[in-house]
Design a protein around this ligand. Structure first.
Ligand code: SF4
Ligand code: FES
Length: 255
């Protein structure tokens, strides 16, 4: 592997060549002493199954260990490695270089998240809004104590919410959302989708308190239905649909 150059400013994209290398452009920014981000470029070898995360780790191992990137599971489960890859929010561990169809791969921190350094962003807003909607089953404790059995659900009842339970809290949907960029108080598609996940669960008794939380000008009514959240979700969750269904409860179309 050979480093091509130090710093470049403009993103380029050219068709994938027959050589098994890509130009990997990594956004570098340290808010403690940089005024703006700059790209560092590296030539990185790849094979058919090489992921963007593996290419970044190749750079860290061979050229610059200081590149900041967050990851853990490397199998699209922990939700840690979200970043902008060629302009789109994706999981780096779940994105193969060969599927990008370009011999230039540009990685940047996720939009709508404060940068810690380079590709690592702060998740506080995501986790705060997630916590705000009470992401757990709400039951009457006395009912739980006196009723020593499982809360059985029919397949139809499970079907109401199960896709939303696949959320890994990666934040890609919030990164893609144009409303997140313009309203710093917006609860965001991730939390709204999770609000629906619990409201639609037949075991849950917290619907009224959750609907009260999201029934706000910075809550469910702030969504403009751009739909970009659902397009980028790596787990097949459809936050835009969840938001529509939640509005049905508030408008009296669902009970
Ligand atoms: S809904 Fe999808 S994109 Fe959004 S945080 Fe959950 S898994 Fe990630
Ligand atoms: S490293 Fe866990 S989702 Fe990518």
């Amino acid at each position: 592997m050979a480093q091509v150059s130090g710093i470049a400013d403009e993103q380029t994209s050219t068709p994938l060549s027959s050589s098994n290398t890509i130009l990997l452009r990594i956004s570098r920014f340290n808010p403690e002493h940089d005024d703006s981000s700059q790209f560092m470029e590296f030539t990185v070898p790849y094979e058919r199954w090489t992921t963007v995360l593996e290419a970044i780790l190749d750079v860290k191992k061979h050229f610059d260990h200081s590149v900041a990137v967050r990851y853990s599971c490397r199998q699209a489960t922990c939700g840690s490695c979200g970043m902008m890859i060629n302009g789109k929010p994706r999981l780096a561990c779940f994105t193969k270089i060969s599927e990008l169809n370009s011999n230039v791969v540009t990685v940047e921190p996720m939009n709508n998240f404060p940068i810690i350094r380079d590709l690592a962003v702060k998740f506080e807003r995501l986790f705060d809004t997630h916590q705000k909607i009470k992401p757990y089953l709400i039951r009457d404790d006395s009912e739980l104590v006196s009723d020593e059995r499982e809360f059985l659900q029919s397949p139809e009842e499970v079907e109401q919410y199960i896709q939303f339970a696949n959320c890994i809290k990666c934040g890609l949907c919030n990164s893609a959302c144009p409303t997140m960029a313009t309203d710093s108080s917006f609860v965001g598609p991730q939390a709204l989708a999770q609000a629906y996940r619990y409201v639609a669960d037949s075991r849950d008794k917290g619907k009224d308190s959750r609907l009260k939380i999201i029934d706000d000008s910075h809550g469910i009514w702030r969504c403009h239905f751009a739909g970009s959240c659902s397009q980028v979700c790596p787990k097949g969750v459809d936050p835009a649909m969840g938001i529509q269904l939640l509005r049905g409860y508030l408008l009296g179309f669902r009970s």
